[in-house]
Design a protein around this ligand. Structure first.
Ligand code: NCD
Length: 387
C-alpha cells in the first residue's frame, strides 16, 4: 500500500519545508516540495496534511512496560498502545520486570510477545548484573544475540570495580551501558572518571541537576564515548511534591537543563515512563506515567523557551535513532516511514482518565500542554489515528 501525505509541513532534525511525502512499501520513497508536481499511482491513499506537521516518530531510549510480572501496572500491549498515541514507534524497555530481564528466556518472551502484537519496535534492555544486584554480570554472550543495551536501571551500580569492568567489556564486546545515578552528581562524576580511565560506551540516564550538567560540559569535548538524556518531567516542572527518581529539582536546575539543550549538551529526551497503580504510589513507588503526553510536555517547554522543532526532533528522534543504529529518525528518501503527524496549535489538558496506559500516576493531571499527536505510522502503516 502506498500513501501520500499531502500538503504538510515536514520537519526533522535537518530540515523544515512545505510539501508532500510518498511512502512505498514502508519506506520514504519521495519527497515533493510544495511547488513540485506530484505524480502518483491511482491506488495511492492520500492523507491530507494541511495545517499539520509531519515529524519522524519518536524513539524512547528509556521506559518501563512492566511485562512480565507487574501486569496490573502496565503490559506490553497497553504500554505500546499508549506509546503510539504519544507518537513513539521504538521503545527501549528497561529490565526491572519480574522476573528481571537478566536471561534470554525473559528477553525472548518480551520480544516474541511484542512481535505478535505488532505495535512498536521493542529494543529490550538487558540487566547488567543478575537480578539487578550489582554483583555478578549477566551472560553477555547470550544477551548480545538480542540487544546491545545493558542497565541495572533504578539500581545504581555502587561497586566501582563492577562499573569499571562493565565499561571495559562494553568496549570489548561493543555494547552500551545505561546508568541510573543516585546520588546523581557523585556517581556521574565517578563514571565519567572511570570512562576516562578505561574507555567504554556510556549513556547517562535522566540527568536533572545543574551541577551534573557542569560535569557533562567538562567532559563533552573529550573523545570519550558517552551520551546523556533528560526526561520531559524534569524540564516541565520543578519542586513538584511527587515521588520520582531522580526527584523534581529546583527552578535553577530546570533553567540550566533547558540552556543545556539549547547549547547542545543534551543528546536525548527519554520518557522514563514508569507506570504504577494507585496503591503502589500510595506505598511510595517512584515514577510517572507520561508516554502519551511526553511530546506535548516537551513541545510546550520548547515553544515557551524559543527552542526549534528541529531541535525537538533531534533529541526525540534523530539522536536516539543514531545511538541505536536505526534506519529512522529522519525524513529522508530510503528511511523507514516511521512518522508522526501533529497539530502544533492544539492546546489541551492532561487527563489521566483518558490514558491508555494503566498507570494514571502523573502529577501534571489537569495542566495544559501544547501540540497533539494526530497519527502515528510505523513502517508506513497507520498505528494510531486520532483525526
Ligand atoms: C522507576 C520505575 O518505576 O521502574 N521509577 C522512577 O521513578 N524512575 C525505577 C527507578 O528508576 O527508580
Amino acid at each position: 500500500m502506498n500513501i501520500l501525505i499531502n500538503n504538510v509541513k515536514i520537519v526533522d532534525a535537518k530540515r523544515a519545508f512545505h510539501g508532500s511525502i510518498l511512502i512505498e512499501n514502508g519506506f520514504i520513497k519521495r519527497m515533493f516540495k510544495a511547488d513540485e508536481d506530484v505524480n502518483i499511482s491511482n491506488d495511492t491513499e492520500i492523507i491530507e496534511g494541511k495545517g499539520l506537521v509531519l515529524l519522524p516518530s519518536f524513539v524512547d531510549m528509556h521506559c518501563h512496560l512492566r511485562d512480565p510480572g507487574y501486569l496490573y501496572k502496565e503490559d506490553l500491549e497497553s504500554g505500546q498502545k499508549a506509546a503510539l498515541k504519544g507518537g513513539y514507534t521504538t521503545l527501549c524497555t528497561m529490565a526491572n520486570t519480574k522476573p528481571v530481564c537478566d536471561n534470554t528466556l525473559v528477553l525472548e518472551y518480551i520480544l516474541d510477545k511484542s512481535k505478535k502484537l505488532d505495535l512498536c519496535d521493542i529494543i529490550q534492555v538487558s540487566a547488567l548484573t543478575r537480578n539487578l544486584e550489582g554483583k555478578e554480570f549477566v551472560n553477555f554472550e547470550e544477551m548480545l544475540r538480542h540487544t546491545r543495551l545493558f542497565s541495572d536501571d533504578g539500581n545504581t551500580i555502587f561497586n566501582e570495580e563492577v562499573m569499571k569492568k562493565a565499561l571495559i567489556l562494553s568496549n570489548k564486546l561493543n555494547f552500551r551501558v545505561l546508568t541510573h545515578c543516585q546520588p546523581e552528581f557523585e556517581i556521574v562524576k565517578r563514571d565519567l572518571g572511570l570512562l576516562k580511565e578505561v574507555g567504554g560506551n556510556l549513556h547517562i540516564c535522566h540527568i536533572s541537576l545543574e551541577k551534573t550538567l557542569g560535569l557533562i560540559k567538562e567532559f563533552k569535548d573529550t573523545n570519550l564515548k558517552f551520551t546523556c538524556e533528560v526526561t520531559p518531567h524534569h524540564i516541565f516542572g520543578y519542586e513538584v511534591d511527587y515521588r520520582v527518581n531522580p526527584s523534581f529539582r529546583k527552578k535553577e536546575d530546570v533553567k540550566s537543563l533547558i540552556e543545556g539543550i539549547k547549547q547542545g549538551y543534551i543528546d536525548v529526551i527519554a520518557t522514563d515512563h514508569a507506570p504504577h497503580s494507585l496503591e503502589d504510589k500510595q506505598n511510595g513507588a517512584p515514577g510517572i506515567s507520561l508516554i502519551e503526553v511526553a511530546f506535548s510536555m516537551v513541545y510546550k517547554v520548547f515553544h515557551e523557551n524559543g527552542i526549534s522543532l528541529n531541535k525537538l526532533s533531534e533529541l526525540m528522534s534523530y539522536n536516539p535513532a543514531r545511538i541505536l543504529n536505526l534506519n529512522c529518525g529522519l525524513i529522508e528518501e530510503g528511511y523507514e516511514a516511521n512518522l508522526v503527524l501533529v497539530d502544533l496549535d492544539e492546546e489541551y489538558q492532561i487527563d489521566t482518565d483518558n490514558f491508555i496506559s494503566k498507570g494514571k500516576n502523573n502529577p501534571f493531571n489537569g495542566e495544559k500542554v501544547l501540540g497533539k499527536v494526530k497519527m502515528t505510522f510505523k513502517r508506513g502503516s497507520v498505528k494510531y489515528d486520532n483525526r
